[in-house]
Design a protein around this ligand. Structure first.
Ligand SMILES: [Zn+2]
Length: 413
């Protein structure tokens, strides 16, 4: 069991878990008891204290859940769980595709069940305590069922196709899989807002009035053809606010959470929309898609390279190689690479966010509206105002709000 693969997989997992842990500790120590002066107009002392309590409480839950996940993985791995499960599915003597489907489905369901208590605690205890939760137990259960159904309807055929490609197509199966994966990601960009998200939320066309007119007037001024403008009933699950934009080509839709529509003024909402349109105008969606397509290609190539190595399977206490178990083992082995790429992806995303902020400030001519909207969003979501730079470097897809507000007010002058 102990070979080069075993050592690099184990060390990779432990080292990056330790780096995460250090970043979390630094982040907790960076909580500053003094409110940054830029936020004095929106926060009172009590709200600021609650923000810090929320950061501490959600950090604690995050640590417990990731230590638990790591312990389960190590226990299952070292006790020979993968080899045992492989023996069970192989004893059915069907074909490698069905066996693989069963192997992965059992692991996915087991993981879902083990993680369930954390999800329940997060929604009904933690978020509840800080006044965010609006999810009823019925909605929670329905969400789980819908999630499982979507996983089955989309995931199972995809997995069958993936396993069959590697099993039967021969080299270079990873190239075929890559082309299929990229095509699928485009398909999902189209389907997600139309088919999947409406299963969870109601999209209502934004009603006629001051807000819609202001948004359309702004969109015309930057030559952005808004086709569809929606409000989403996010308030069914949480009081937290957000806005997002989806679609490519001629299929552009913008959706605003009903929670932020209630909480923000019209100029602030236009500024938020301007930021979202900035992502489109600066081709961020395309850049992001290309980045993740390259990442997928790299992982598929490495999958092809390592998935038939007997040594890797021995390291996980499995006797025979298979593509289905290879999915798990190669991804554990590639954890360090995946970690580094996710840092690069986060840096790219923060760069895009800064560009979009500048776009919004320039095109609306009023950076202070976006700054005000960001401050209010951050207050309503109890966002951490003073994250540690190392934690930001590892995890943040957006620059910290304080940095964004400072940049926007510097752009004013
Ligand atoms: Zn953005």
């Amino acid at each position: 069991m102990v070979n080069g693969y075993f050592i690099s997989a184990l060390v990779g997992v432990l080292v990056f878990e330790a780096i995460d842990f250090v970043a979390i500790l630094l982040n907790l120590r960076a909580l500053d008891p003094d409110l940054p002066s830029e936020f004095a107009d929106v926060y009172d002392a009590e709200t600021y204290r609650r923000t810090q309590d929320y950061t501490r409480a959600s950090t604690r839950l995050g640590i417990i859940s990731s230590v638990f996940d790591l312990a389960v993985l190590l226990a299952f791995w070292l006790a020979g769980g993968f080899g045992w499960l492989d023996g069970v599915v192989r004893s059915l003597n069907t074909n490698p595709i069905w066996e693989g489907l069963l192997f992965l489905a059992i692991l996915a369901v087991a993981r879902g069940i083990l993680d369930l208590p954390f999800g329940i605690y997060d929604t009904f205890v933690l978020e509840q305590r800080f006044g965010f939760n609006r999810t009823t137990p019925a909605t929670f259960v329905l969400d789980l069922l819908k999630g499982a159904l979507i996983g089955a309807v989309i995931g199972v055929p995809l997995l069958i196709a993936f396993l069959a490609l590697f099993q039967y197509a021969g080299w270079p199966a990873w190239i075929y899989a890559w082309i299929a994966a990229v095509a699928f990601s485009f398909l999902m960009q189209f389907l997600a807002p139309r088919v999947i998200m409406p299963l969870f939320n109601k999209f209502t066309p934004l009603e006629e009035g001051e807000l819609k007119e202001a948004i359309l007037a702004y969109a015309r001024s930057v030559d952005f053809p808004v086709k569809q403008l929606y409000s989403i009933d996010a308030s069914r699950r949480s009081s937290k606010g957000n806005a997002f934009f989806t679609g490519f080509g001629r299929n552009k839709r913008i959706a605003l959470f009903d929670t932020i529509i209630k909480q923000q003024t019209v100029p602030e909402l236009v500024a938020v929309l301007a930021h979202e349109i900035g992502h489109y105008k600066k081709r961020h969606v395309l850049t992001g898609t290309i980045f993740s397509a390259l990442e997928t290609g790299l992982f598929l190539g490495l999958f092809e390279l390592f998935t038939q190595q007997q040594g890797l399977f021995t390291a996980f206490r499995v006797d025979k190689t298979s593509y289905y178990a290879g999915i798990i083992f190669v991804s554990v082995l590639m954890r360090p690479l995946q970690y580094v790429l996710s840092i690069a992806g986060a840096a790219l995303s923060r760069r895009h966010e800064r560009q979009s902020d500048r776009f919004a400030a320039t095109t609306t001519g009023r950076g202070e509206d976006l700054a005000a909207a960001l401050k209010r969003l951050s207050k309503d979501n109890l966002g951490n105002l003073t994250p540690h730079p190392f934690y930001v470097f590892l995890n943040y897809s957006h620059p910290p709000t304080l940095e964004r507000v400072r940049a926007l007010s510097a752009a004013e002058e």
